[in-house]
Write a protein that binds this ligand. Structure first.
Ligand code: AMP
Length: 278
């Protein structure tokens, strides 16, 4: 596996792949790789030569958030990627963000859901993703549905700027108990992680109530919030919207999505579930 830290060298590597008519599949990550990332990479490999990036992006962390503490384990990540036979790892230095004067925002989303709680988060995400797209020029880019709002925003950005990249969503990979895999799960001890499993269980129970006929968003969200609090979670939000995140729902319909963010033992967790009639 080739490890590239230099922006110009990465551009040239991509250009050479394109010259030999290869398609480029791209998986951006912040490292501390787990099975969720691995699923993205395995999906990407089916579409072309896979480039993975690892960069803990300071632009997407707010003041008082965990940028400094964010788990980093380059040695192990490198081993995982080599074992997966990934041809190139882009591991940029901080010069990829230093001196940036232009930032991307989507005003419609900056005040919704995550945006309410992390005001400059998506500005940082869209800006780094655009930079990475500019360097790598991928044909396909893979984003996890765990970060559903991020996926929707990146997809919209690619459409708005007529980028030649297809954004491909990948299902959330979960622990056996349902907890979505996340680099931040490493903050938990064994007991904490076990207890955090209740998060997805509560979301699943709400989806079950919807399937059984309950369509009042107030009741479904109320159920989620009450159950999460009962299990020791602090709830930032629990909301039902349509799948493109345009409208908050009062009456949930088949195909809507329930999104929630919580804090548990000092760790912030994000998850969602589609409301589907079975
Ligand atoms: P991160 O390194 O946390 O920034 O995540 C990099 C990519 O992996 C993003 O597109 C995430 O949505 C995706 N991802 C993170 N966790 C999971 C998971 N449990 N299942 C699927 N994709 C995930």
């Amino acid at each position: 596996m080739k490890i590239i830290t230099d922006i110009e060298e990465m551009k040239e590597f991509s250009r050479n792949l394109k010259k030999s008519s290869k398609k480029i599949s791209f998986v951006p990550t912040m490292g501390k790789l787990h099975l969720g990332h691995i699923k993205l990479i395995e999906s990407a490999k089916k579409y072309g030569e896979t480039a993975v990036s690892i960069f803990v992006n300071p632009l997407q962390f707010g003041q008082g958030e965990d940028f400094n503490d964010y788990p980093r384990d380059f040695e192990n990540d490198e081993k995982i990627l080599s074992d997966l036979a990934v041809p190139v790892l882009f591991y940029p230095k901080s010069d990829i963000v230093s001196g940036t004067e232009t930032f991307l925002i989507n005003p419609e989303y900056s005040e919704k859901l995550e945006g309410l709680f992390r005001p400059s988060h998506f500005k940082g995400v869209l800006t780094i993703v655009m930079k990475l797209f500019g360097i790598i020029e991928p044909d396909f880019a893979f984003f996890g549905l765990k970060d559903y709002q991020q996926y929707v925003l990146v997809k919209k950005m690619a459409e708005d700027f007529f980028l030649n990249v297809k954004i491909i969503p990948v299902e959330t990979v979960r622990e056996k108990c349902g907890l979505a895999m996340s680099s931040r799960n490493t903050y938990f001890d064994e007991d904490g992680k076990k207890a955090a499993c209740a998060f997805y269980k509560v979301l699943s129970a709400a989806a079950g109530l919807f399937n059984a006929g309950e369509s009042s968003a107030e009741k479904l969200n109320g159920f989620v919030i009450k159950e999460l609090i009962r299990n020791g979670f602090k709830v930032d939000y629990a909301e039902i919207t349509d799948a493109d995140l345009k409208n908050r729902k009062q009456t949930a319909l088949n195909g809507d999505i329930l999104l929630a963010a919580v804090r548990f033992k000092g760790v912030r967790l994000l998850d969602n579930i589609f409301l589907l009639k079975k």
